[in-house]
Design a protein around this ligand. Structure first.
Ligand SMILES: [Zn+2]
Length: 437
């Protein structure tokens, strides 16, 4: 593994089967024209930016890496993941609320220590890169130092990272609560130092409605209204017990989502994880405000939270990205996340194509975050966040791949059978950040 700040070569060409999207594929359509598959092509990268793709060898003026017979994808975007929860991934026997109390809060408490935060941030981002994820929207902890550490570690690696100190001023143990005044001060300081620096952006980070007082939610909404370039991230309607709790805590709100809407937290840069237990009015509110849902199927299955109605969200005009939600989710691997996404839709009587899944983790996520001019596809002038994958690792996958009959079968088998062991290399803005040992 490499995480040294190696510079991108001036002219780099990567050969393989280039797969990306030019638009959103239609739900359940396997022969979709939005899929752009260019087998055995060279992806051309100059000074870290994609400048084109061609079948012909670009010649001696380029540093060439021939990965013929391999898959080349835009780096994945994980739109909802918790860095300190790597330490509690795969914890047994709980639903959301007792899982938070038993496992998550004790793990997050350790991040008050700047050294723990620094080491944890580096380890977390290197793990993302070793899973083919080059950009992420991340929860650190309530501690300002944990956000600082993530921003600095992402800047060192040249990564697009959206994060912010977690806001929680109630219903959390000692050492994990802030207060409105200090939290606002910390947010403003972090925004001043990191928002817009290199590829970093600040997200006003409300853990979820139960852990913030109405006063803190109002403060968070005011931050968003004062600067439309800020992101916002939170959780919504993940689990039924949680939804009932929110109804008790906010009796005046029409719904869980409405708690956020009434204070101004829903806007085009808002990322809401889960959104399983929403109604039609909620979906109309999401469509109207431009806030988007990060669907976390692995986490939803693991914690028994529920089955997300993906086509229902799309039909209502709500944008949806895919996310790991580690440590509720059980892997940083986007393929494992998407394979679980397929199973969730199966239980709903739906079929999710590989195209819908892969789009939601690349171009779809980039568009939902307003970053489609920077990443998520192989269009000219985007930064070269690119990953090279083996189509198959091991005899079972090799055997299955050999029998696939068309592009969708192949992509679907890959999505279902592959994981981080298939990853050959990750590039961030054209610089090599991971290579399989
Ligand atoms: Zn989460």
């Amino acid at each position: 593994m490499t995480n040294q700040r190696s510079a991108a070569p001036a002219r780099l060409a990567l050969k393989g089967d280039l797969l990306d999207f030019t638009a959103a594929p239609q739900w359940a359509r396997v022969d979709d024209p939005a899929v752009r598959l260019r087998p055995d092509h060279w992806l051309l990268i100059e000074h870290g930016r994609i400048v084109g793709a061609q079948a012909d060898d670009p010649g001696d003026g380029w540093a060439r890496e021939d990965h013929a017979g391999r898959l080349i994808l835009p780096g994945f975007v994980d739109t909802h993941v918790h860095s300190p929860q790597l330490d509690v991934i795969a914890s047994y026997g709980a639903e959301l609320l007792d899982w938070l109390e038993t496992y998550t809060f004790p793990a997050e408490g350790r991040y008050a220590d700047p050294e723990v935060a620094r080491v944890g941030a580096g380890r977390f981002l290197d793990a993302l890169l070793a899973h083919g994820t080059t950009s992420a929207v991340v929860y650190p902890t309530v501690h300002k130092v944990s956000a600082d550490a993530l921003f600095d570690a992402a800047a060192e690696r040249g990564m697009r990272l959206i994060t912010g100190k977690v806001l929680m001023d109630r219903h959390a143990p000692d050492g994990l609560r802030d207060d409105v005044v200090q939290a606002e001060r910390d947010c403003l300081d972090l925004i001043a130092r990191h928002h817009g620096r290199e590829r970093l952006a600040y997200a006003v980070t409300v853990r979820f409605a139960p852990t913030s007082t109405p006063e803190q939610l109002a403060m968070a909404g005011a931050l968003c209204r004062a600067d439309a370039s800020l992101y916002m991230q939170t959780h919504v309607a993940e689990n039924r017990g949680e939804v009932e709790w929110v109804a008790k805590l906010f009796p005046d709100a029409r719904s869980y989502l409405d708690v956020y809407d009434r204070v101004g937290l829903l806007h085009p840069r808002a990322v809401l994880a889960h959104g399983i237990w929403l109604d039609d009015t909620d979906r109309r509110v999401l469509a109207r405000t431009g806030a988007h849902l990060a669907h976390c199927p692995s986490s939803n299955l693991f914690l028994g939270s529920g089955l997300f109605d993906w086509p229902g969200a799309l039909a209502a005009g709500v944008r949806v990205s895919a996310a790991s939600d580690v440590g509720g989710g059980t892997s940083l691997s986007t393929q494992r996340t998407l394979a679980d996404g397929y199973k969730v839709q199966s239980l709903n009587g739906q079929r999710m194509t590989a195209w819908s899944g892969l789009h939601a983790a690349t171009l779809g996520a980039a568009q939902a975050l307003g970053l489609e001019r920077e990443l998520g596809h192989f269009g000219a002038a985007t930064l070269a966040d690119v990953c090279v994958w083996d189509w198959a690792v091991g005899p079972v996958a090799e055997g299955r791949m050999a029998l696939t009959r068309d592009a969708h079968e192949r992509a679907f088998a890959w999505m279902t059978l592959s994981d981080e062991r298939n990853l050959v290399a990750s590039y961030v803005a054209g610089a090599l950040r991971y290579r399989r040992p």
